[in-house]
Design a protein around this ligand. Sequence first.
Ligand SMILES: Cc1cc2nc3c(=O)[nH]c(=O)nc-3n(C[C@H](O)[C@H](O)[C@H](O)COP(=O)(O)OP(=O)(O)OC[C@H]3O[C@@H](n4cnc5c(N)ncnc54)[C@H](O)[C@@H]3O)c2cc1C
Length: 423
Amino acid sequence: MSSAASSGTGRTAYVIVGGGVAAAKAVEGIREHDEKGTVVVVTQEERVPYERPPLSKGVLKGDDEVDSVFTHPQSWYADHDVELRLGDPATSLDTSAHLVTLRSGESLSYDKLLLATGSTARALDVPGADLDGVLYLRELQESTTLKEALVDGARIVIVGAGWIGLEVAAAAAIAGCAVTVVEPQAAPLLGVMGEQVGGWFADLHRSHGVVFRFGDGVARLEGTGHVEAVVTTTGERLPADAVVVGVGITPNTGLAQGAGLDVDNGVVTDARLRTSIEDVWAAGDVASWQSTALGTHVRVEHWANAHDGGLAAGRSMAGADVTFDPIPFFFSDQYDAGLEYAGHVPRGSGAEVVLRGELSSNEFMAFWVLPEEGGVRVLAGMHVNVWDTIDAVQQLVRERTVVDPDRLADTAIPLDEVARVDG
Ligand SMILES: Cc1cc2nc3c(=O)[nH]c(=O)nc-3n(C[C@H](O)[C@H](O)[C@H](O)COP(=O)(O)OP(=O)(O)OC[C@H]3O[C@@H](n4cnc5c(N)ncnc54)[C@H](O)[C@@H]3O)c2cc1C
């Protein structure tokens, strides 16, 4: 069966597969340059595309209304002549026939296709992981389910001290829960932050009553029907009313792989977000895009990348001359600590940390740097509660300037003057 949305050529001009912010912004990008071309958005979830950051922050804490997460209200799509296929995911892709098939059996033939399929939370693979009360946090209803579990006095065990684990720990601690975080590594966010800055995150959470079990993993979950305890690999039994699993995500590359697109830690694209096969683009968490500024392919799991990448892909699909070349940017909120991080530190790079300000003040910056002739080069930087600094961080990263680490650490020298060498 062919799509009712087909244009006179029998094809839909633009098919967008995905239900996150990248998909929503791609529609905007298309409509900036093409008001008439037929657009169909195909989603797996039963709702229009929405933003995920509030799911572990405002929505979870009850500060934000659930309805506030949608990138656009449903009426916006009709107003922009966009057809929606909600809850009917794409199951296969035939790029030579320009055909995408949906779970319902419907086939859409397309002129141009965007893959914005995002990521899926990794499952905990231990006995008992299928018990009730073992929760994940990727989709909207998972946030509302988790919120119900975060009641005063509830015992919440969080598996994984990554961003999701820490943000949930903050929301749970604020709600009055007894929170324990089990993390195999020696500190939170160790791979990104290193031990010193990771240790600051641990202290921040401890000051709100959160307990950590570092260097320990989950052996099994116990309970009859509903989870009652987490048994760790060192044999400790942690009673639990709910367990939240935050052990990372996997990009949804199945469609792309099945269609023979280049996939290497994500769907490989060029700087215009075009994949290895003509008329197919990719953006957001699922895309590994060619970064001119960083000189490598980059895949990140950041809201800004999906937001800006979706917009850029839509423009590119509609024929605009687009180069997508941001410095990756991430933000988080935990208690009264607001932070922004920009840059890219390849794993195993051996980057060292330069601190600017005192960690204990909860107002500081950290830079990940590599030694170079004449100083250091900044690969990434983060501030905690030092606002209006992230543009300068991005500039340091983009320009690959070699700076004096003592000047970088000196809070008396404005950040945008650190690189200047006087006299
Ligand atoms: C709880 C939470 C908090 C976060 N907080 C932050 C934060 O503070 N800061 C930050 O920078 N980033 C944050 N992120 C990350 C950010 O939300 C993601 O990077 C962003 O959602 C990626 O957008 P996307 O559109 O690429 O993919 P997604 O948001 O994953 O959306 C992809 C959509 O495509 C759908 N889909 C998959 N396969 C198919 C298919 N075959 N057919 C149709 N549809 C399909 C999926 O169901 C999903 O709805 C957070 C993420 C989560 C989960």
